[in-house]
Design a protein around this ligand. Structure first.
Ligand code: ATP
Ligand code: MG
Length: 244
């Protein structure tokens, strides 16, 4: 699938507009995101770096609608998703966003194929079609020979490939990854990084990659740095837009 382009280049996928996020803490409010603005275009790959506690995961959770900002808007293709009801949000997330975390969060009682089918079944894709899609995704990530293995019977790199297959089974427009290779050795990390970039090129999905791994950050055409709840650097083709 080729990337959607227009005369102005790829279209905006998501716009983060003046978001703030605070957590109630010790009888007060702890501000964690402080007026973050960000534009991600369709198919764009952007790394997010910054010291521990800078707010990277909080931003990823807000972008992924797993948590909502205290103030501000998150517009996907123009629609402010902050206003959606919880069931609407769940459906939107299931169809639009894939997640990969440092720890795979696969369901231990289910095998690789069943884990990857899960988002499709939740989206009410007929079981046979869900199974076919899941098998094709697992084949794509190099695990056609491990369909009936449970997570505990897979290596760390294989578990993360299953998690990537699960994240992609609904063909999301955006993949959000939080330390996707934080738990893997150098060689396996490189293989997973290569896989993510291949999948970006093949599917045209955008990727936001939160990482402490500078090798991964350098692979991304655009890199955002966070410090103390703010975006402080934005380098790459679309860089600068988030720092208005
Ligand atoms: N639910 C919460 N309640 C209170 N404070 C929180 C909560 N979640 C996060 N924080 C605080 O918000 C700040 C940012 O956390 P966040 O997890 O976004 O950091 P991070 O940049 O992802 O760090 P790391 O690189 O260590 O993963 C931290 O200081 C953290 O303690
Ligand atoms: Mg984090």
């Amino acid at each position: 699938m080729s990337r959607p382009t227009s005369v102005d280049g790829p279209r905006t996928l998501v716009e983060v507009v003046h978001i703030h996020k605070s957590f109630p803490h010790a009888g007060g409010e702890l501000p964690v995101l402080k007026d973050v603005n960000l534009v991600l275009r369709q198919g764009e790959v952007c790394a997010v770096v910054g010291a521990s506690g800078a707010g990277k995961s909080t931003l990823l959770h807000c972008l992924g609608t797993l948590d909502l900002p205290t103030r501000g808007e998150i517009r996907y293709e123009g629609r402010n998703v902050v206003e959606l009801t919880p069931p609407e949000l769940a459906e939107f997330r299931n169809r639009t966003i894939g997640f990969v975390f440092q720890f795979h969060h696969l369901l231990p009682e289910f095998d690789a194929l069943e884990n990857v089918m899960m988002p499709a079944l939740i989206a009410r894709v007929p079981p046979r079609q869900a199974r076919e899609r899941a098998a094709a995704m697992l084949e794509r990530v190099g695990l056609a020979h491990r369909l009936t293995h449970r997570p505990g019977e897979l290596s760390g790199g294989e578990q993360q490939r299953v998690a990537i297959a699960r994240a992609l089974v609904m063909s999301p427009k955006l993949l959000l990854a939080d330390e996707p290779t934080g738990n893997l050795d150098t060689k396996t990390s490189r293989e997973v990084h290569d896989l993510l970039f291949e999948l970006n090129a093949e599917t045209g999905m955008a990727m936001l990659l939160v990482t402490h791994n500078m090798e991964l950050a350098r692979l991304a055409p655009r890199c955002i740095r966070m410090a103390d709840g703010r975006l402080v650097e934005d380098e790459g083709p679309a860089g600068g837009e988030g720092l208005a």
